[in-house]
Every structure is written in C-alpha cells, then in structure tokens.
Design a protein around this ligand. Structure first.
Ligand SMILES: [Zn+2]
Ligand SMILES: [Zn+2]
Length: 366
C-alpha cells in the first residue's frame, strides 16, 4: 500500500528547518506486515527531542529514515503468527521492541533488549526487515515505529493495547514522554514521599518526571528551565519551586536530580545539586562525543550515585496500562503536555518550534 510519511534525507541541515527542509513528506510504498508484525493506522504522533536529535546529528542514524517514534493508532491488519491482538484495537507504540528472550529481557530489563537495540541502531524492525520504500529504494525505520506516517508496520512487541476511549493526542505521549519521565523517578530510582527532587529540563520528558515525582510525594520538587512558560507548566503539574538555571538555588541539596536535557554541563549542575548520598539520573541524550567531568572523590566519600535511565527503565507492556489508569483517575494530567496539533506537512516547522523551546509536545495527526 501507499503511505505519506516524513523522511529525513540529510543530517545536520541549517536552521531554520522550515527553510532548509531536511524532512520530505513523500508517498512511500509500505509492505504488508510480516510474521509477528502489525499494520497500524497512526492517529497521533508526538514530536520529541529524540526526533530532533536525529535531524541535527546528535543521534547518529542511517538515512533516509522515516522519523517519529511516539505515537498511538488503530490496528488495521495482523501479520502471520501474531496472537493476542486484533484489527480495530487501539495501541500505543513504544520505541524499544523487546524480544522477550535475550539476557536483558530475561533479567527484567526489556528497555535494554539486545535485539531491540541492534534493530533500532540499524533502522530496521525487530525482525531485521525494512517495510518502507521510496521510488524503489529502502527507507529506514526510526526506532521500530516511524510514526510521522499515515500507516506504519511495526513489530507486535512495539505495540501495547489500550482502551478505546483515550484521546489520541494523550495516548501518543505514553509511548515516550510518560514512560521515560515517570519511569526515571519511579523505576530507575524510587522516589518516596518527602524525598527532595529536582528536574533539569522541562520538555515533555522532564515535565513527565515532574508529574511522576509529584505523584510519588516528592517535596520539595524543583523544576529548572530557562523558558518561563515551561516553568509555569511545571508549577501547575506539581513543582513546588521553579527556577531559571541562572538563578540562585532555592532549597537544600536534593535526594534526586533528574537531567532531561542531554548536556554534560547540565548533568554536572544536576550532580552538584544533590546532597551527600544523593542520586543523579541521566535521562537526556547527549552528543556521542560529549564527556562528563565530575569530582570523582565525591562518588566515594559522599556516597553519591550517578545512574543512566533509558526508556525510564520501563517494561512497556506492564507500565503503559498502569500510566493510562493513573491518567484516567486524574492523577497524571498528561493532556497538559499537549501544546499544539499539526498536519504532517508542518513537520519541519515543528522541529524548529521544538529547537526554539517554544513547544512542549506538538502532536502530528497524519
Ligand atoms: Zn521520544
Ligand atoms: Zn530482548
């Protein structure tokens, strides 16, 4: 079948992307789902910093690549040997397909799936196949999803079934922002009532970490970002203190500092904000060449910890339904993250708005 999709053809284009247009919306050929795969009609796709990181070269991926990795939609067709899912069901797509049998999946860490990571790095589905072609040439998949497209073929492992009544722009955000941000504070580390938490970087993931920490009873809960509107949103979502990074630190050193920017300088500032015995959680994706300098003695003599968090250390098939239930109960105001709805053709302008810091979660409805 044919599908209109946003394809990245070159990395590192000049800003603004609205002028240089590194993403081309093209009509692609989409193969039918293979064994263990699904055809999904995409209803909503969030524009996440990890998409921008591929566009600007911070995250090196093969091109041409159909971008987008945070989405929700309706199952249209089920490939051979797929159980437990049927056409018409609504699904959230997640950006690490977990094989279920590798050492990490077997250790309860499906976000680190060996085969999933290899497929994502190569720009294929979990099976190793590519199902997209543009004028006969193969197009790579982004994180097994390639969500900026009318239809996608994904591995069954990339899809989590949800109830039919979740609004699409809300549903889309569970697959990346919510799993990653809430997971960072509830799975990678376990914030408890009264723990002091600071979140550096208040985009979709950082604000999700604020929501998760507020739900866990963090106090104080500090949100740090240079953009005033994002600080205001953090306050609405439960931050007790907000500040510009240039301002003076407002509270005692914290138990947990969450870095959702991907900057070594911000990661060092987050580490410096923690108390003796405190933990810094690195969530943002830095450039592959970036290196971090820390006072090494403090790791030992002050028993500080620095931990990485990928996909919020989540098990998506366990955690997405739990997060949806919390949203339904009014305890995770996910809809507050949704700042704009855009057509597929506005994808380059959406990357500009994200890079400028003027958007939290823009949702494309292809
Ligand atoms: Zn993302
Ligand atoms: Zn695995």
């Amino acid at each position: 079948m044919k599908t209109r999709a946003a394809v990245l053809t070159r990395v590192g284009a000049d800003r603004p992307y609205g002028a240089s247009r590194p993403l081309t919306v093209a009509e692609l050929d989409l193969d039918p789902p293979g064994q263990g795969e699904l055809l999904v009609r995409v209803a909503a796709a969030g524009v996440c910093h990890s998409d921008l990181s591929v566009v600007d070269g911070n995250r090196i991926r093969p091109v041409p690549m159909a971008l987008g990795h945070e989405a929700a939609g309706t199952v249209v067709e089920v490939g051979p040997a797929v159980a437990g899912i049927r056409p018409g069901q609504h699904v959230v797509l997640v950006f690490v397909p977990s094989c279920g049998t590798c050492v990490h999946c077997g250790s309860g860490a499906p976000a680190l799936c060996t085969r999933g990571a290899a497929a994502n790095g190569a720009g294929t589905l979990l099976s190793g196949a590519r199902r997209l072609r543009w004028d006969g040439a193969q197009v790579h998949h982004h994180l097994g999803v390639s969500a900026f497209s009318e239809h996608v073929v994904v591995d069954r492992a990339s899809a989590v079934v949800i109830d039919d009544d979740v609004p699409w722009p809300v549903a889309a955000l569970f697959g990346c922002a919510l799993l990653t941000g809430v997971g960072a504070v509830q799975r990678t580390v376990t914030v408890r009532p009264g723990d002091a938490v600071a979140v550096f970087g208040l985009g979709g993931v950082g604000l999700s970490a604020v929501m998760g920490a507020a739900l866990a009873g963090a106090y104080p809960l500090v949100g740090v970002d240079p953009v005033p509107a994002k600080r205001e949103l953090a306050r609405q979502l439960g931050a007790t203190h907000v500040l510009d990074p240039a301002d003076e630190w407002p509270v005692a050193p914290v138990d947990y500092a969450i870095e959702a920017v991907g900057s070594p300088a911000v990661l060092a500032a987050a580490y410096a904000a923690t108390a003796r015995g405190g933990t810094t959680v690195a969530v943002g994706l830095p450039h592959p060449s970036a290196e971090l300098r820390l006072p090494a003695l403090s790791l030992v003599a002050e028993a500080r910890r620095l931990v990485g968090s990928y996909l919020g250390s989540a098990a998506p098939h366990r955690d997405v339904p739990r997060l949806v239930a919390l949203w339904r109960a009014g305890r995770l105001p996910v809809q507050a993250l949704h700042t704009a709805t855009l057509p597929l053709d506005a994808v380059n302008e959406a990357m500009d708005a994200l890079a400028d810091g003027t958007a939290v979660r823009q949702v494309i409805q292809p």
